[in-house]
Design a protein. Structure first.
Length: 706
């Protein structure tokens, strides 16, 4: 009797506990041994983060997923899930990722290969790309999406199959053939490439090449991919997750992103309605008000997906209970029977992939494959390097799909400011790739302003990250220093360098010849001597860094009797998600007997207020510190407020201090992925208050150093 009473009492007490666990625990108990569902995940930009919440509920409920077909953001979330990431891990990936940086593709505005010095500055006003026939070939989108693709590649580097249906969860991505308008269901090849192809919103992201086709966002043909899911996984119930939102009202359309979002809804509305009709269940999270390309509300969007899936849990359990179980087929580990690089000449492929011969006859080694892909991405003339595995009866062909940059490219840019006429200039850059042989580069730049300059550079193809560079330049300078008479001169130079790149390190050793012609009372004539540089490029983003260090030291032993040096660097620390400290500084060693070889202090690199009238000396040094508050970060760039202070010093040849100018102020930077600019107010050691602005980036003048 006592046991019976205890049992009944325990049962009564357990009821509230059972009820408090909610549907997830109940679902786990009910779904054990039941069948599986197939997911069709829609596109919708950052609204697609709601898919993560849906996957979490399915995982909690023990509902198996027999397959995933995704479009756009659905292809990204679905691809990561199919690869083996848990919903919680996917959430952490997006929470920790700098989405604005990945979308924006911030990069140094130059046509020269990554890491090359002597770049003309300035975000371009115009960028044009031309094919071998001289016709314009690009750009084909506002954003290249290369950084995003590399991010996907890193996340899926350990994939051991070229068949997406052999992944832990069978998977396919939907894209659109830009040439024919046909639906393309990607089931093999490069997983990162499939995800990147599927999310290429026309006009926003450049198209992506996959399976020999030029592909764009799959939302144009099937934003909710129910029909391809039904075709790939017959017999299973199709659960469609539609994250699209309704049309915006007039007062909600405020930015270009809102316009793109509204147009996307127009374009996808009909195919979404058609696809919905074929689904067994449609889960429609509330994504109203979620921006298309902003990840500021990751948690909120995931929670919306989670809540909607929990509301639909009874129907999900019902579908799973009546469905067949997941059929897992064991697949033998693939064996590489050949390695190929497509998109480049056979001779260059042999040179770049020579070490891969030892891979033949062995299973794919993800570490070696990723290392090789990363090395190829450093080649200056490659736009993208994708890796895919093609399955055949004889084995697996490992393919490095390489897309070269356009053979001809041109940029128009420049810099303007109200505080220095000397730094204003309009710049033109032009590049001819594969000029004499595949992999080389001829670069020409012209700057027109108060001063003018022209430079031509030729870089040989890289060989093991080493290459030769020849630089031919001519430049006029006209300066009015604070502490010396005005001077004007012209310099003609020729430099030959042997350059090396080792990870983040840059080295160069060579010789420089110079012909100097002056328009005043100082020495002119011919000079020559050995030149060198060493540098470190460790910033996480060259345009808008959040962490890291960058520095460069250059030297020239002029006529074997005067050593000219310039060193400068920048370190950045993030002390919170929106606060950063930037510390920069440098020094120069020159010869003030000749203005053309003197060290100079003043300009956009060191003291802004001295740009028009710098100091001349044998030695100069400077330091600047800024406390930066990020106001807004998006794919356009970031808007920042800086409170800064800078101090400089001029010295004689014995390092005795002569002058110590300083300045302090506040500046606001505007979005910088397209055209960088800022407004500033500063107070300096001359008791001046200066109100200024700048637009673009100044040309890095390194005279007299090569």
């Amino acid at each position: 009797m006592k046991r019976t009473v205890a049992f009944i009492l325990g049962l009564i007490l357990s009821v509230p506990v059972f009820l408090r666990t909610g549907p997830a625990l109940a679902a786990t108990a009910l779904s054990a041994g039941n069948g599986a569902i197939v997911l069709a995940l829609s596109g919708g930009g950052m609204k697609g983060l709601a898919h993560i919440g849906v996957l979490e509920v399915l995982e909690e409920a023990g509902i198996q997923v027999a397959g995933v077909v995704g479009t756009s953001m659905g292809s990204i979330i679905g691809g990561l899930y199919a690869y083996g990431y848990t919903p919680r891990e996917i959430e952490i990936i997006f929470r920790n990722a700098d989405i604005a940086k990945l979308l924006g593709d911030s990069s140094l505005p130059s046509l020269l290969p990554e890491g090359e010095e002597g770049r003309v500055g300035g975000q371009p006003l115009v960028n044009l790309q031309f094919g071998p026939d001289g016709k314009i070939t690009g750009p084909m989108g506002g954003l290249p999406g290369i950084r995003l693709f590399n991010f996907f590649s890193d996340l899926t580097a350990k994939i051991g199959t070229g068949n997406f249906l052999d992944l832990p969860v069978p998977y396919a991505a939907v894209a659109t053939d830009l040439e024919t308008g046909e639906m393309v269901v990607l089931k093999q090849g490069s997983l990162a490439g499939a995800m990147r192809s599927s999310m290429a919103i026309p006009g926003v992201f450049a198209p992506w090449t996959q399976e020999g086709r030029l592909l764009v966002d799959g939302g144009l043909v099937a934003n909710l991919p129910v029909s391809p899911a039904r075709a790939l996984f017959p017999g299973y119930p199709i659960v469609a997750v539609d994250v699209s939102s309704g049309l915006k009202r007039r007062d909600e359309i405020r930015t270009v992103v809102d316009v793109i979002d509204q147009m996307t809804i127009f374009m996808t509305g009909q195919n979404v309605a058609r696809e919905k009709a074929g689904a067994d269940l449609v889960i429609h999270p509330d994504t109203k008000g979620v921006p298309l390309l902003s990840a500021e509300s990751v948690t909120e969007v995931i929670d919306r997906g989670r809540q909607t899936a929990r509301d639909a849990l009874p129907r999900l359990l019902e579908l799973a209970a009546a469905a067949p179980r997941v059929k897992r087929v064991a697949h033998a580990a693939p064996v590489i029977n050949s390695v190929e690089a497509r998109g480049i000449a056979a001779s260059r492929s042999e040179q770049l992939l020579g070490e891969t011969a030892s891979w033949i006859g062995s299973p794919p080694d993800p570490v070696l494959i990723q290392k090789t892909a990363d090395r190829l991405r450093q080649e200056g003339d490659f736009a993208t390097v994708d890796v895919s595995m093609e399955e055949a009866d004889s084995g697996t062909k490992l393919v490095f799909n390489i897309e070269k940059k356009a053979p001809y490219e041109m940029e128009i840019g420049g810099y303007t400011t109200n505080v220095s006429d000397a730094e204003r200039a309009l710049t033109l850059q032009a590049v001819r790739r594969d000029f004499a042989k595949e992999g080389d580069l001829l670069w020409v730049a012209l700057a027109v302003g108060q001063d003018w300059g022209i430079s031509a550079r030729y870089l040989t193809p890289s060989r093991g990250n080493d290459r030769w560079e020849g630089v031919l330049s001519a430049r006029q300078r006209d300066v009015s220093p604070v502490n010396a008479a005005s001077a004007r001169w012209e310099r003609y130079g020729l430099t030959l360098y042997r350059k090396s790149v080792r990870g983040d390190w840059r080295y160069g050793l060579g010789i420089t010849l110079e012909q100097l012609e002056n328009h005043g009372d100082f020495d002119e004539g011919f000079a020559w001597g050995p030149a060198f540089y060493v540098g470190y490029e460790g910033l996480d983003d060259p345009v808008d860094p959040r962490t890291g260090t960058q520095w460069m030291l250059r030297g020239w032993w002029r006529n074997a009797d005067t050593l000219l040096l310039r060193a400068g660097g920048l370190s950045v620390w993030s002390i919170s998600p929106v606060w950063r400290i930037l510390l920069s500084g440098g020094l120069e060693v020159g010869d003030d007997s000749n203005p053309a070889t003197a060290a100079w202090l003043g300009g956009s690199d060191d003291l802004l207020g001295l740009g028009e009238h710098p100091y001349l000396a044998d030695r100069v040094a400077w330091a600047r510190v800024a406390l930066r508050r990020e106001l807004k970060r998006s794919w356009w760039g970031s808007t920042n407020i800086d409170v800064f202070g800078a101090v400089g010093g001029t010295f004689d040849s014995g390092w005795s201090n002569l002058e110590t100018p300083w300045e302090a102020g506040v500046s606001m930077g505007i979005p910088n992925n397209f055209l960088e600019g800022r407004f500033f107010i500063l107070y300096n050691s001359e008791s001046e208050v200066i109100y200024g602005f700048s637009l673009g980036r100044p040309i890095p003048v390194r005279d007299p150093l090569p």
